[in-house]
Design a protein around this ligand. Structure first.
Ligand SMILES: [Zn+2]
Length: 78
């Protein structure tokens, strides 16, 4: 009886350890994926907005409606 109980307890502990390891592995995988996505997004933002990394505000031209960077003159005014 005692032997069976010990065996079951050992099996339970092994199962719990396996669960914990699996869960932690999945969490670290998610964390790595999240970091990679964040890095990719930052790289994409830096690439599209230039090396300065400052986002460009786009405003619609009051005359033709073309979206141009704020503070710059539209080509239709020339
Ligand atoms: Zn215009």
């Amino acid at each position: 009886m005692s032997l069976i109980f010990k065996f079951l307890l050992t099996a339970l502990v092994v199962l719990i350890v396996w669960w914990v390891v699996r869960f932690r592995g999945r969490m670290s995988g998610l964390k790595a994926a999240f970091k990679a996505a964040q890095k990719a997004a930052a790289t994409e933002a830096a690439r599209t907005t230039g090396t300065k990394g400052i986002p460009v505000t786009l405003v619609a031209c009051p005359k033709c409606g073309t979206f141009i960077a704020a503070g710059t003159a539209c080509t239709c005014t020339k």
